[in-house]
Design a protein around this ligand. Structure first.
Ligand SMILES: C[S@@+](CC[C@H](N)C(=O)[O-])C[C@H]1O[C@@H](n2cnc3c(N)ncnc32)[C@H](O)[C@@H]1O
Length: 286
């Protein structure tokens, strides 16, 4: 069989298994097995027996709906790559919007301080630390399993970035968390899915429950976390909170109700989908 036929057969297996993007996944698994980029696959005209049996094994795992990212063990996020696996939330491409927005916000701030609340693998924290020169980034995470991944990812950073990331184990709703920290930017991708939402197998069975659900309305972490954000941000400092498709108005209302924020805005992606809410710490209580 040619490499093309091998890939097509794998795509068929993944299609039958209900994988959402079977062709992409088959291609990425093949690239992983041969140690090439997707673009370089055109240069590969044969697989060794070992590569072929590894590829079949990985396709078999993907066909059980094990996430592709767990199989290859890593995810590219913004300017960094993070390791992921069981026990930690897989960073999503849409969250890169918070990273790029954060980089823009900080462009005019010298040596900024950032807090990443609900940090998981550390994707946002690490990408911001890597992209924003002179920044210090505080990453807060509650789950001990996720913290293990977070600390491992920090340890793999080049030292010039690693030295500027501070990991905190704790609850973002705790009034003592980040005591003494004054941040120019807070980003948060908290658990926000309303309980009962229908989820793909990859998410329901492999992302940690603590990473996913935000109570009946998706707000059980976000609402109390807002007090922490108001306490930590300097006057004029910026915040971005990712949310469920259905809860943008609730997040805006929660920020508004606190009375501590201004310029509360619904931010959308290029397809017009509401992704996160941004705001600035009010300079004085209105
Ligand atoms: C949706 S994941 C996001 C992870 C990461 N920021 C990202 O974008 O990939 C939410 C994370 O929040 C953590 N978490 C949940 N409740 C928390 C809390 N009360 N305090 C701190 N972290 C919490 C979960 O363990 C999980 O790692």
């Amino acid at each position: 069989m040619s490499v093309r036929e091998i890939r097509r057969a794998a795509t068929d297996v993944l299609t039958t298994a209900g994988v959402e993007t079977p062709d992409v996944d088959a291609t990425l698994l093949l690239a992983h097995v041969v140690g090439r980029t997707v673009g370089e696959l055109v240069l590969v005209d044969d697989l060794t027996d070992d590569q072929l049996s590894r590829f079949h094994e990985l396709v078999r795992r993907r066909a059980t709906r094990e996430p592709l990212q767990h199989i290859v063990g890593r995810v590219q996020f913004g300017s960094v790559e993070v390791e992921v696996g069981p026990g930690v939330f897989i960073p999503r491409m849409e969250t890169e919007l918070l990273w790029s927005w954060g980089c823009e916000v900080l462009a005019a701030v010298a040596d900024p301080v950032v807090a990443d609340l609900c940090s998981g693998s550390g994707a946002l924290a690490l990408a911001l630390a890597d992209s924003v020169a002179g920044s210090t980034v505080h990453a807060v995470e509650l789950d001990p399993d996720a913290l293990t991944w977070l600390r491992r990812n920090v340890s793999h950073l080049p030292q010039r970035v690693r030295d500027r990331v501070v990991v905190h184990q704790g609850d973002v709703r705790d009034p003592r968390i980040l005591a003494g920290v004054s941040a120019d930017l807070v980003v948060a991708n908290p658990p926000y899915i309303p309980i009962g939402a229908d989820l793909p197998v990859e998410v329901a069975e492999h992302d940690p429950v603590l990473a996913l659900f935000g109570g009946d309305d998706g707000m059980s972490v976000i609402t109390p976390m807002i007090e922490t954000i108001a306490r930590v941000l300097v006057p004029g400092g910026a915040v971005a909170i990712e949310h469920d498709d259905t809860t943008g108005a609730l997040v805006m209302a929660a920020l508004d109700t606190s009375g501590d924020f201004e310029g509360i805005s619904q931010m959308k992606d290029l397809s017009g989908r509401a992704r996160f809410v941004s705001a600035r710490r009010a300079k004085m209580k209105p």
